[in-house]
Design a protein around this ligand. Structure first.
Ligand SMILES: O=P(O)(O)OC[C@H]1O[C@](O)(CO)[C@@H](O)[C@@H]1O
Length: 241
């Protein structure tokens, strides 16, 4: 695991964006794994800036998002489909058919999980996966206790995760109780992982991810075993290391 310390959220976003742009410009058919939440918002702003400055094009890029809530349709402003469209896709030249997120409104959710996993494989796997980390060590929506061998699957969200994400909804009751997420093994199959983390409240989680025991009780700890992980963290997030 390689650690890159930066000053603050903005520097984290700029560095992540320049790494990603370099990759996109280098690969013939880049496949990016994308994340939602507050952490990557600055990265997406920087990517849009680089696109507007003509430093990158997304025409040949394919994307797969980590997760999606169950029960929200794509137009729902709280859905991750909406988030991605709003924060990145509608601002750049990525073809709509290149964009993939699990369909949380599918009638057969288990089939949807299998189909999503197959689509990732058919596209040659993920070249660079962007990750954030939850306070309880979740990556994607893989909560503590998730098997390290899991593939894309349906999950019950931990009360602490629903609480943490309630800020995006009008009330806690509106936060869905389930989600579809890439599994831990799906994430581990990515050729490269770029984990972004900012702020003091994530410091304990980062320390446990980097130095703690590798255990299913703390999903992000498995990243110690991935051969190509870079963590870009600001001073506050890395303060306990
Ligand atoms: O970036 P945030 O909002 O702190 O969220 C951290 C993680 O939690 C999730 O939003 C899921 O709750 C992930 O997608 C994200 O990586």
């Amino acid at each position: 695991m390689q650690l890159r310390a930066v000053k603050n959220y903005e520097e984290m976003s700029i560095l992540a964006s320049s790494m990603l742009v370099e990759k996109v410009n280098k690969l013939e058919r880049p496949v990016l794994g994308l994340a939602t939440g507050s952490t990557p918002e600055g990265l997406y702003k920087q990517l849009i800036k680089q696109y507007e400055e003509k430093k990158v094009s997304f025409q040949h890029v394919k994307t797969f998002n980590l997760d999606e809530y169950v029960g929200l349709n794509k137009q729902d402003e709280q859905s991750y489909h909406y988030y991605m469209k709003d924060k990145l896709f509608r601002h750049v030249d990525i073809p709509e058919q290149h964009v993939h997120l699990p369909n949380g409104a599918a009638t057969n959710l288990d089939e949807e999980c299998k189909a999503y996993e197959s689509r990732i494989k058919e596209n040659g796997g993920i070249d660079v996966q962007i990750l954030g980390i939850g306070l309880n060590g979740h990556i994607g929506f893989n909560e503590p206790g998730t098997s390290f061998s899991s593939r894309t699957h349906l999950v019950d969200l931990a009360p602490s995760t629903r609480q943490a994400n309630a800020r995006f909804f009008t009330s806690l009751e509106q936060v869905p109780e389930q989600a579809i997420t890439m599994g831990i093994d799906t994430i581990m199959q990515s050729k490269e992982i770029l984990l972004l983390v900012s702020g003091e409240k994530k410091a304990k989680a980062v320390a446990r991810m980097v130095e703690g025991d590798i255990t299913e009780e703390f999903p992000a700890s498995i990243l110690q075993k991935h051969p190509n992980v870079r963590v870009i963290g600001d001073e506050a997030a890395l303060s306990l290391l």
